[in-house]
Design a protein around this ligand. Sequence first.
Ligand code: PLP
Length: 512
Amino acid sequence: MEIQHLEFLKHLRPFPRHVYLDHNATTPVSRRVRRKMNRVLKHCHGNPSALYGSGRKSAAVLEEARQQVADAIHAEPGEIYFTGCATESNNAVLQSLSRHFYPGKKKIISSPIEHPSVLRTLEFLQAQGIVVEYCPVDRHGRVRLDELERMIDGDTFLVCCMLANNETGTIQDIPAVATIARRHAALVLSDCVQALGKIPIDVRAWGIDYASFSAHKLYGPKGVGALYVRQGSPFAPFMHGGHQEGGMRAGTESLHNIAGFGAACRDAAKLLAHAEPIRALKRQLTQGLKEIKPDLVVNSPETDGLPNTLSLTFPNVNNAELLAVLDQRGIAVSAGSACSAHDDRPSSTLKAIGLSDQAARATIRISLGCDTPARDIRYTLKVFRDHFAGRTLLVSMIEPEQLNEAVLFNENTYVLDVRSQSLRKKCKSLPNAHEASFAALEKCLRQIPKEKHILVACQGGGLSYIASYYLRSKGFELVSNLRGGVSGWKKRHGDLYQKYAGQNVTVLRPAK
Ligand code: PLP
């Protein structure tokens, strides 16, 4: 074929690379799980509570999954209740036990590095009169057992301590926590969400009373969790209604999700076999990053944490910028702070292990999966190397002080506000802003003028970083990110905020 016939090839973009290194956020559904779920969706339509044939068939699927979850954690099937998610499991235990013990006993001891589904629930209970105390942790986030021993007393009805931390991968000595609790007649709840499929779990041998789990962290579906309640431990229903789950959790069971959870648990033992290869890849990545950035700080325990989890602080680097650069090259990692689509606050876990706000905002989390290939680690190292050698696209920054009337009302300025609806309610938009939530940005691209200076704003300046890099990668040449976001501008220019915020705002409509 003549060469001019191949001319069109130069217009083709190279196949985009996707490297997923955020398995602690969620995991892809495995093929075996998907197959099981499809079979259930196709063949098991009966309500598991119904007495006729198709109902009994569904009930059998439900009980098979219950057995599979129980087997994965060394429990009895009668001790497993299916829930909508681990957040619900944690809420159910904390709220049910508070009702059960209060006001006879009033105290819960927890740790400051728990997941928000625990921390926010504890805040709620505190407002109801429950006394909540947080046991200090060491540099890696390990609960100080001597402090726990000192804090626990006859008024304590529950010790709540996660098995493995989602941000740092720190593993707690849960059997030791349970021994201390038992000596003082306190019960133990352990959030085991991040541990299942990564390290062995034996709820019976460890002597814990309650444990929460979530399918989507071990290659199962989203929207289904489980709660282990040790035989004989107090527990009252959180959801009221029908008699499902032995009357402990009302609502028709999400059968295909539960079956998927069971299938994922059946594979849990196989997942454990991946631990060492994953740990070796993590070591390779850490080593490579230390060579690229010698001042790198590793927050995760070097040897005894989760095999897949790496919390890394890059001093004087904005984690939002790093995330944006990686995202633009197809790599998904996460940050414990400042970059979530909904929350700009630094992570409480990172603060509890002693990081300053600034260090927390320079921290990212990388979490490998059982199928992460070595080539993904090599590619990731190359992207980091390129970035720190200055070989990446640039986005300019605009400081809140600089954002005066002259810039705001310049006809060449196009203000793009990428916040979600809920954040816009908290703080009004910049004048003349064009609102397109980050999730809808891709479908609004054609409405954004390429020739103008695009000024991207979010609530705190993190998410807009990612949006700015995204726009650069889509051919927008003049893009600036507003440092500190709309809330930073409001702080610096309270007068302008009062006078102009929310004026002449246009909502961009995503293309169909
Ligand atoms: N606990 C931990 C440690 C987690 O990492 C998560 C999810 O990120 C949860 C609880 C909440 O799980 P779910 O998404 O099922 O509510």
